[in-house]
Design a protein around this ligand. Structure first.
Ligand code: FAD
Length: 623
């Protein structure tokens, strides 16, 4: 068998973004030896990219705010599909987690009275997002990282990718990983595992996500036998850059709208007034005058329609474009220049100012930005128990974007950072309990061997020596150049095909017919995976890494498309043109995707019953 290194730990945390770091800190506080593994360098996760802020009902900007209002907003934003217990724990615990960050050294923006400043964001009744300009994620990851690296019993493994979970007797016992730089293999023998691997955005072409988001945690859990839930719900953030093409999809934070930015179409109309859904009518401004009162900070003023939930705003922009009122590059105009002074914009939105200056040669203090929807966040993920973050597989836990249940059909901005703090801690604690209460089992040699064979398969499949077709004695092809000729499949080509399928068949608007076509194409693409070939050595070989990532992306994409086909209604981020309305019966169930004997199965799982007192609160009009 191939050589491999063995690392023993009590808790293996896969992913070193906010969720993984918070889980690792909790596990070490509870006495576990922790191995914290990250596919990229420490500090490079998506958490660092977060701009707008972290949602917590601190009540600093408006004293009427409290956990109950935050809970109500989250459930409403989720279109009633969020797991109520998770939403309750999240709303109750977020303030504690944010204050804890402050104690650990995070320097949030301040109010005049020296309290943590909070800004408005879509779907939040009161200003609720604690922030650091538009670089909140950077401050959060810096603080968590500082705290974690000064903790004795956390060992950090950077540029190390987990590619398989090892089990024994239906319980997780470890994982196989490879170092990206050397290609060397490592087996982690672990008492329990926390998956904190983030989302799946790289399955789509236009996305705000980076190369790390290939659905690894989702697929690792699924292959280990765990249930996935809410996979049909992908958040298309309404405001990504649409121009120039090289940066299409890059996020434009909702903070721009939170600071007063408005959306305008090519006819100079502030169109969001035309898209206010009934459920938010009582608390949304319906005219320029009402919206201006909010901008002036008048007491009791209603929020502008640009701060409706993301699903509503994204669909509105799509409709404007479809009906011929889009901006020149197929989006809408986002204007903050006419609302705030250049100094204010530069102070509150410094990253946005620089992003547009450098990437689009546009000064946002003078001109409107052009924006359109971009694949941003995966509401669906590993099904977990609210109070423990335990998946349906023994010894396997999940937190952050890889887990699901908190956000239902639509996530409110800012709720991801608080979600990963709250449930990261819970996952670390519970995983430690499990590791301490159950004696460790070493992975079986045979299972390790199988796992290694699978990881190295792409190297085994190559033809002995290949030359460019027209130049038989010419240079050898690089991994990038390998193509379909000769029976080999190029991972880059497959990735491109996958992104096209997801974009055109499983995108922001869907139909049963398109979804069926998409599933068929994904199944065809899946058949090509065994023919992917990696040339060259194992040191820094991106073709090999992508070959392994593609298995994960195809599993998550299929889960997504199948769940989307099963949900024959439109709700939150899931829009079916053939079923444009809510279906009350489907509003009572989550879609669960699980590995069945006949392959991937989608089953309807009744929502846990919310206590009457909370239900009544959610239904109340303005609070
Ligand atoms: P991440 O922070 O992405 O961490 C995932 C980790 O897993 C990484 O370390 C990665 O290397 C590792 N990993 C993945 N696969 C493997 C593997 N196989 N083996 C080993 N390691 C692996 N949310 C908010 O609440 N407020 C905001 O203002 C906000 N702004 C955002 C702006 C942008 C541009 C983006 C992209 C997202 C934003 N979000 C925001 C969403 C939020 O940032 C993410 O959902 C959140 O940070 C996810 O945290 P995480 O810990 O789950 O994952």
């Amino acid at each position: 068998m191939e050589d491999f290194e063995t690392i023993e730990c009590d808790v293996l945390v896969v992913g070193a973004g906010g969720a993984g770091l918070r889980a690792a800190i909790a596990a070490s506080e509870y006495g576990a030896n922790v191995a914290l593994v990250s596919k990229s360098l420490l500090g490079k996760a998506h958490t660092v990219m977060a701009e707008g802020g972290v949602a917590a009902a601190l009540g600093n900007a408006d004293q009427r705010d409290n956990w109950k209002v935050h809970f109500r907003d989250t459930i409403r934003g989720s279109k009633n599909l969020a797991n109520w217990e998770m939403a309750k724990i999240h709303a109750e615990k977020s303030p504690e987690r944010v204050r804890e960050l402050e104690r650990w050294g995070a320097v949030f923006d301040r109010t005049d009275k020296g309290k943590i400043s909070q800004r408005n964001f879509g779907g939040h009744r009161y200003p609720r997002l604690a922030h650091v300009g538009d670089r909140t994620g950077l401050e959060i990851i810096r603080t968590l990282q500082d705290h974690a690296v000064h903790t004795d019993n956390i060992d950090i493994f950077m540029e190390c990718t987990v590619c398989d979970i090892l089990k024994s007797n239906d319980r997780t016992v470890g994982a196989l990983a490879y170092y990206r730089s050397s290609g060397k293999l490592v087996v982690f023998e672990a008492g329990s595992i926390v998956l904190a691997t983030g989302g799946i955005g790289k399955a789509y072409r236009v996305t705000s996500n980076s190369w790390e988001y290939t659905g690894d945690g989702h697929a690792l859990a699924y292959l280990a036998g765990a249930d996935l839930v809410d996979m049909e719900f992908v958040q298309f953030h309404p405001t990504g850059m649409v121009w120039p093409p090289s940066v299409k999809g890059t996020l434009v934070t909702e903070g721009v709208r939170g600071e007063g930015g408005i959306l305008v179409n090519s006819e100079d109309e502030r169109f969001m007034f035309n898209y206010i859904p009934e459920v938010f009518a009582a608390e949304t401004a319906k005219s320029e005058d009402e919206a201006n009162a909010w901008l002036r900070g008048e007491e009791g003023a209603m929020r502008p329609p640009e701060l409706l939930t993301r699903d509503v705003v994204a669909r509105a922009i799509m409709t404007e474009v479809k009906e011929g009122r889009g901006s020149p590059h197929g989006g809408a105009f986002l204007d903050i220049a006419s609302r705030q002074s250049p100094d204010y914009i530069k102070r509150k939105l410094p990253s946005m100012y620089h992003q547009f200056k450098e990437l689009a040669t546009l000064d946002i203090t003078k001109e409107p930005m052009e924006v359109g929807p971009t694949t941003h966040y995966m509401m669906g993920g590993i099904k977990v128990e609210a109070s423990t973050a335990a998946s349906t597989v023994l010894g396997l836990y999940a937190a952050g974007e890889a887990a699901a249940g908190m956000h239902g059909a639509n996530r409110l901005g800012g709720n991801s950072l608080s979600d990963l703090l709250v449930f990261g801690k819970i996952a670390g604690q519970s995983a430690t309990n499990f590791a301490q209460e159950n004696s460790k089992i070493a992975p079986h040699g045979e299972d390790i061997e199988k796992s290694i064979t699978k990881a190295l398969e792409p190297f085994e499949r190559g033809l002995p020596e290949r030359r460019m077709p027209n130049y038989p004695s010419g240079p050898r092809k690089s991994t990038h150049e390998l193509g379909k000729d000769g029976g080999e499949e190029n991972p880059y080509q497959i990735h491109q095909e996958l992104q096209e399928i997801m974009e055109s068949h499983v995108g922001i608007v869907r139909t049963g017919e398109e979804l069926e076509k998409g599933i068929q194409k994904l199944e065809e693409l899946k058949k090509k995976l065994p023919n992917m070939h990696s040339k060259g050595g194992r040191e820094y070989n991106p073709g090999w890494h992508l070959s392994l990532d593609l298995h994960n992306m195809i599993i998550t994409s299929l889960a997504l498309a199948r769940a989307a086909l099963e949900r024959t209604e439109s709700r939150g981020a899931h829009t079916r043109l053939d079923f444009p309305e809510y279906d009350d019966e489907l509003g009572k169930v989550n879609m669960v995707v699980r590995p069945g004997t006949g392959g991937m199965a989608v089953v309807r799982s009744p929502l846990p019953q919310m206590p009457a007192e909370l239900k009544e609160y959610v239904l109340k009009e303005a609070v």
